[in-house]
Design a protein around this ligand. Structure first.
Ligand SMILES: NC(=O)c1ccc[n+]([C@@H]2O[C@H](COP(=O)([O-])OP(=O)(O)OC[C@H]3O[C@@H](n4cnc5c(N)ncnc54)[C@H](O)[C@@H]3O)[C@@H](O)[C@H]2O)c1
Length: 303
């Protein structure tokens, strides 16, 4: 476990930043907060829904308890890490002394813009404002904050307590200093950042995943191989833990379909057009694990 950032003051370098605020305590926000706290950062977290805030923190306790049971985290570290994530009923209280704010609210442009406008008013003037959005580039949010040079994307992956990657995206107005601070924060949270020097739809990972998945569907639609054999080929030949069809069943085929559609509409690029086979699955309500059937059947365990 790395040292808390604040303890490194006195090394001759500027004291590092260690106060994080997270807005939105859903699937992503709660775990982002907890990941930072595991690495010694002080975190405030806020959600419009008090019930969701409570549930998010409770879910974090379950995750950490499992680590303790497996001998991967000392019990006292668990309590200390949980205590470092402090819930805040109001947004002002959550962000009043933050060095970095990570926005992880619902994927809705207008909601995010209104949160960025509030953050511009309520967060300390030097604070960096980062969005965890998967699809909304910071250029569409930054102007609402009144401090576009201090805004960027910090895109974490689900589940943030496990997935060791953060895509930091420099928007057209983002300053170099903001990029450096976001990268340093990601590292301080025990995560590996990569930098996109230019904002693009889908960032890096989803862009590559989308294209690889699209190619898999193209092979299926053309009758080149069965979906089972395409999965096997990708798993054994490329070393992916799950082939594209197994992965789609896990994520939800409706989610996969909507992501394609969104990319297709945003870019107008025919390469992103959703496959007819995928569309048929969605129309049939065969959405993957959550409906018991997608590409595979899940009555008992995965077939
Ligand atoms: N789920 C994923 O796999 C994933 C992965 C990477 C990035 N993301 C991105 O993370 C963000 C959050 O996704 P999620 O899956 O955690 O969503 P979620 O629906 O689980 O959580 C969103 C939370 O935001 C809260 N909220 C809504 N409006 C708010 C406001 N104005 N102020 C404070 N809280 C508000 C909701 O109450 C909810 O608890 C989205 O932008 C999404 O694109 C999601």
């Amino acid at each position: 476990m790395s040292e808390p950032l604040g303890r490194e003051a006195g090394t001759g370098m500027a004291p590092k930043e260690s106060r994080l605020a997270v807005v939105g305590a859903g699937s992503m926000g709660a775990q982002i907060a907890q990941q930072a706290a595991l690495h010694g950062l002080e975190v405030r977290i806020h959600d419009l829904s008090h019930e969701q805030l409570r549930r998010g923190l409770e879910a974090n306790r379950s995750w950490l308890r499992r680590r303790v049971e497996r001998g991967r985290l000392p019990a006292e570290e668990m309590e200390a890490a949980l205590a470092r994530v402090r819930p805040a009923v109001g947004l002002a209280e959550a962000v009043s002394d933050a060095d970095l704010v990570i926005e992880a609210v619902v994927e809705d442009l207008e909601v995010k813009r209104s949160v960025f406008a509030e953050l511009g008013r309520l967060a300390p003037e030097p604070a960096v404002l980062a969005s965890n959005s998967s699809t909304i580039g910071v250029s569409r949010l930054a102007d609402a904050s009144g401090r576009p040079d201090r805004c960027c994307n910090m895109h974490f992956f689900y589940p943030p307590l496990v997935m060791d990657l953060v895509e930091v995206v420099k928007g057209p107005a983002t300053s170099e200093r903001t990029v450096e601070r976001a990268l340093a924060f990601a590292r301080a949270m025990g995560r590996t950042p990569v930098l996109l020097r230019r904002e693009i739809d889908g960032f890096i990972v989803n862009r590559i995943l989308h294209m690889a998945t699209q190619e898999a569907y193209r092979l299926l639609d053309a009758g080149v191989a069965s979906f089972q054999d395409i999965d096997l080929a990708v798993e054994k030949g490329l070393g992916w833990p799950l082939g594209p069809f197994r992965l789609g069943d896990l994520t939800g085929l409706d989610v996969t379909y909507n992501a394609r559609l969104q990319m297709y509409r945003t870019t107008g690029d025919p390469r992103y057009r959703p496959s007819p086979a995928l569309e048929a699955k969605v129309r049939a309500g065969e959405l993957g694990r959550k409906t018991g059937k997608g590409w595979y059947e899940y009555q008992r365990q995965e077939s």
